[in-house]
Every structure is written in C-alpha cells, then in structure tokens.
Design a protein around this ligand. Structure first.
Ligand SMILES: [Zn+2]
Length: 428
C-alpha cells in the first residue's frame, strides 16, 4: 500500500527542511520526498495548507499501566497519543509495580506491541523509586529502557543521585530528574506565594525546585554524566540550566505547555484541575520559561501527561493527586501560546516536539528521512477548536484547558506508514 502526502509544508528541523513537498510512503517507510511525486493508485492525502512534520515525540508521560489502570491503560494512553500527533511516547516508571525490573518493562513493551504510537519505557533509577538502592541500569537498558528516572519521587539524597548518574552514564542512559526538595514541598498543593497565602495553604516554594536543579547540574558537571531536568517551571531554574550549558555541562531540560500558558491564578479558578507538581507559578516565571524556549536554554516540550480518575480529582485541594492530562492538548496549547503570539517559529516549535527530545533520549525518532520509518504528523496551524475533555481518548479528564478555544489542530498521525489517527473533518 502506497500513501501520497501531497503539497504540504514539510518541516523537518533535523534534516534542515522547510519546503512545500510531496511525500510518498511505501511499506512503512518514506520512499520519496520531492517537489512533485506522481504515484498513480496511491492513497492520497491532500495536505495543501497543512504542516507535515516528523511524528511528535513526548519524552514524559504517565501511562499508569501496570497497576493504576483506573486512571489510564496502555491502549487508552496510546490512543490519546495518536490523537495528539505523537508517534512515540516515553513512559515514566511510577506504576504498580514500579518499572524497576526487566519483567515490568517487558510487560509494557508487550502491551504496546500492536500498530500505533510506540511506547519507550523509562526504568526507575532506584528500586521501588524509594531513593535508596540503585536499579540494574545495564539490565534495564537491555530490556528496552531509554532512560532512568524516579519521576514523581525526586531523589532526595545527593549521594544516591551521584551514584545513579554514574551507573546510568556507564550503561549509556540519561537520567531524567524531577527536581523538588521533599522537605521544602511536603504534600503542599500550590506555589508558595500570593495564591497560597490567600487560600491559607502552605505552598511549594520555587527554591525547592531550583536547589535540586542546581544540585543535579553540578553533579552532571562533576560526573560528566548527562542529566535531563524534567518539567522546568521557574525562571531561575531556566537560568541555572542556561549557565551550566554555557560551561559545557551535559544538562538538558524540558518544560510543559502548562508552564508557559498558565499561572498560579488558575488554582482559585479551577481548583484541583490546576494542581500539578511542580506547581503553576507566577507571570515572571512564565516569562522566564518563554525566554528559555526562545534562546535554547529549554531543549524540549513534553506533556507530563498525568491522568487521574474523576473521583480522585474531586477530593479537596490539599488531598487530591497532582497532575493533568496533556497528550491531546499539547500541540494546540503550544501553537496558541508560542506560535500565534510570535514567540517561536513553526520550525523552532517542531524541533522541541520532535528532534530535540529524540536526541536527548538517543532514539531514532523525530525526523523525516528517505528510507527511514514513516512516522509523520500533519497539523493545521490555524484551525480553531474548543477543548472538550469528555471527548478525549485518554481516560483522564483532568485538564485545566477544558472549554478553551485553541488555534492549531492535529489532522493526521501516521506511524510506521499507517494512519493511526485522522481528524473527523478530514477525508482521504
Ligand atoms: Zn515529574
């Protein structure tokens, strides 16, 4: 079966391409990518007016499977990924049991083996994410891990993190670090500041994140082993990463759409839907994040897709779990807040959603190459649509973007040459 994608604006930052081209897909691979391709009999997608880019790569999702399947399953998470334009997602190990063994990674890969977005498992850095004994980095890599992380349970001990970086580095894996000092955040729900004071709640201070970002950047400098800072949320965290990068330290970072679009003011309006770790911060932090995205201090955009059941998010703010779903709104929020504001160009945005995260994980995704696998996403950068959480493919409905009108919509997601998602308005 041949598929011809005709006349779209092809943006492939890894290959330096930004041009109107036809793409012919054959046997799951990109067969041709030229000004004009004639392929009589091929299935055709009229892509004029659309952006055609590498399948998006999300380096930070929670698929909740095994063990927390009342929140999400691997099939529903993959369906949400497809609807969001993602051809590959890296899933965090805070499942039940923890993904700290080859057996659990094997379960995840088996459950994700059917056609559709690829799932790249992240192994736990410590056994049970308890922050004590290290896992077997080489065995986890052998079993398919693309990185190690204790996301959600930040490694509190500098000694453990130092040994973990060395072990992961020796196994050829990056460490993805959720940076929050446990004693400074406890289980507090919101950013420490005006909103936490108004609500009478103890807050999670920015310094709790920044101290650990600085610690991990220094450990990367000392060990020479790569560290990637997850979901950077404060202006000062960005500045720390920027300075260490300038010194040649192997530190990278991501942010998430919620950190460049929303502030702590969302908490009084939306309650637990706006509860996320690290928390939504201030307007000055949003500006710092935008600057980091523009000057390259922030490498990648990830979602931290964190589905929860409605009953869990119905709990009072201090007791509800943290996190929001993100796969199905990521592109729309990103285009609305970064492209339509003029902050970033389309190639800059595409890079942070494709080639940049793939390079950090050292996985062969995020580019369009003749002869390479046909993981391709098509989107309309202009189309306006309203977020309807009840229509998500994800089991999670916990989004602060519900009811919001976004500009920028996924039209097709193609993985291994197969159309795995098509917007209902599109006809072949
Ligand atoms: Zn995290």
């Amino acid at each position: 079966m041949e598929l011809l994608i005709r006349g779209g604006r092809v943006i492939d930052p890894a290959g330096g391409v930004d041009d109107v081209l036809d793409i012919l897909v054959k046997d799951g691979r990109i067969a041709r990518m030229e000004k004009t391709v004639d392929a009589p009999g091929a299935q055709m997608i009229q892509a004029a007016g659309l952006v055609v880019c590498p399948g998006l790569v999300d380096m930070h999702v929670h698929l909740r499977d095994p063990g927390l399947t009342h929140k999400e399953t691997i099939p529903t998470g993959r369906a949400a990924a497809a609807a969001g334009g993602f051809s590959a997602v890296a899933c965090m190990p805070n499942t039940k049991p923890t993904a700290d063994s080859p057996e659990v990674l094997g379960y995840i890969l088996d459950a994700a083996a059917s056609p559709g977005p690829h799932v790249l498992p992240i192994g736990a850095l410590t056994v049970g994410e308890r922050g004590e004994a290290l896992t077997d980095a080489a065995a986890l890599r052998q079993a398919g891990a693309v990185a190690l992380s204790d996301d959600g349970m930040p490694v509190q001990s500098a000694a453990v993190m130092r040994r973990g970086l060395q072990a992961a580095g020796a196994a050829g894996l990056p460490v993805l670090s959720h940076c929050e000092d446990g004693e400074l955040v406890r289980n507090y729900a919101v950013n420490e500041g005006a909103v936490s004071r108004a609500l009478g709640l103890p807050g999670r201070p920015a310094i709790a994140e920044e101290l650990m970002v600085a610690r991990d950047a220094m450990l990367a400098q000392e060990t020479g082993c790569p560290v990637h800072i997850c979901h950077v949320s404060t202006a000062k965290s960005v500045e720390i990463v920027r300075r260490f990068k300038a010194l040649g330290v192997p530190v990278t970072c991501e942010t998430c759409p919620q950190y460049f679009s929303l502030t702590e003011d969302e908490v009084p309006r939306q309650g637990t839907l706006a509860r996320v770790n690290p928390p939504l911060r201030t307007k000055a932090d949003v500006e710092g994040i935008l600057q980091g995205l523009q000057d390259g201090a922030i490498d990648a955009i990830a979602t931290d897709h964190a589905p929860h059941a409605q009953a869990e998010k119905a709990l009072p703010l201090p007791e509800a779990p943290s996190g929001m779903v993100g796969l199905e709104t990521a592109l729309g929020v990103t285009l609305t807040y970064l492209y339509h504001t003029g902050a970033l160009s389309l190639p800059q945005i595409v890079k942070k959603l494709t080639a940049a995260p793939a390079a950090i994980l050292r996985v062969p995704y995020g580019r369009l190459a003749v002869g390479g696998p046909a993981h391709i996403t098509l989107f309309d950068a202009e189309e306006a649509w309203t977020v309807e959480p009840e229509r998500f493919y994800s089991m999670g409905r916990n989004t602060p973007f519900g009811g919001m009108t976004l500009r920028g919509k996924v039209k097709y997601t193609i993985v291994d040459g197969q159309i795995v998602y098509r917007d209902e308005k599109e006809r072949l």
